[in-house]
Write a protein that binds this ligand. Structure first.
Ligand code: SF4
Length: 225
């Protein structure tokens, strides 16, 4: 087990969570129900989390939704007002656009997994601050570890930079494959940006075509003897 994971485990134990099996092998070997249970356990930890100042202003913790063994995971920045009220990521206007993108990929929200880097809403939808991103990081890392998607799509600059821990410019990184611990990452624009800049939709669609091609080639490899 690497140092980063050990640190995350220590942090989760600080939350009072003592029954965590994160050998890495358990999630790999478990079926969908075990993955669902692991995600539910972690959601319960997040629901009680007071690790950063966003705990004081949130209505609901927005942990994540979707298939516990999804091949495709979308990661955004942080909940907005609608998400905070409902406790579900991407449910406002930008969320509807993300749902439309997923449908255009011939998938449903239940086929994929959707989460944010930050689990609680920053007041007035301001950008998350570095300390908040660091405190919340164990949750997204653990979600990725449990779900083990084949492809991660990051939505917008902050999700990209926070996940990869590098100062990428979204305009330069968009559409280029990156690697996150062996998982392919496709950076693209945030749906909220597309609402303001509809001309960028074609770029996002070009990125999603690359994602579909990658998923289809990964499934063909799985089927082959
Ligand atoms: S944003 Fe993350 S670290 Fe901060 S209180 Fe919410 S769950 Fe905890």
């Amino acid at each position: 087990m690497n140092d980063a994971l050990m640190n995350e485990l220590a942090l989760l134990r600080e939350f009072g969570y003592t029954h965590l099996d994160v050998s890495g092998q358990r999630a790999a070997d478990s079926g969908q129900e075990d993955q669902r249970a692991l995600l539910a356990e972690m959601a319960a930890v997040a629901n009680a989390c007071q690790k950063c100042k966003l705990a004081k202003t949130r209505t609901n913790v927005v942990y994540g939704v979707g298939s516990p063994n999804a091949d495709l995971m979308f990661i955004g920045e942080a909940p907005g007002r609608d998400e905070d009220l409902k406790g579900e990521p991407f449910v406002g206007r930008a969320g509807q656009l993300l749902t439309d993108i997923i449908k255009a990929m011939k998938l449903t929200r239940d086929d994929v997994y959707i989460a944010n880097i930050i689990k609680c809403r920053p007041p007035e939808n301001r950008n998350p601050e570095p300390d908040e991103i660091e405190e919340c990081r164990p949750f997204i890392r653990r979600q990725i570890e449990i779900i083990q998607p084949k492809v991660i799509v990051t939505l917008g600059r902050i999700a990209l930079q926070s996940l990869m821990e590098r100062d990428y410019a979204i305009s330069g990184a968009r559409g280029q494959w990156l690697d996150f611990h062996g998982i392919k990452v496709m950076p693209t624009y945030h749906p909220a940006y597309l609402l303001r800049t509809p001309s960028a939709k074609k770029d996002v669609w070009a990125d999603m075509k690359k994602v579909m091609a990658e998923l289809s080639s990964a499934s063909a490899e799985t089927i082959e003897p």
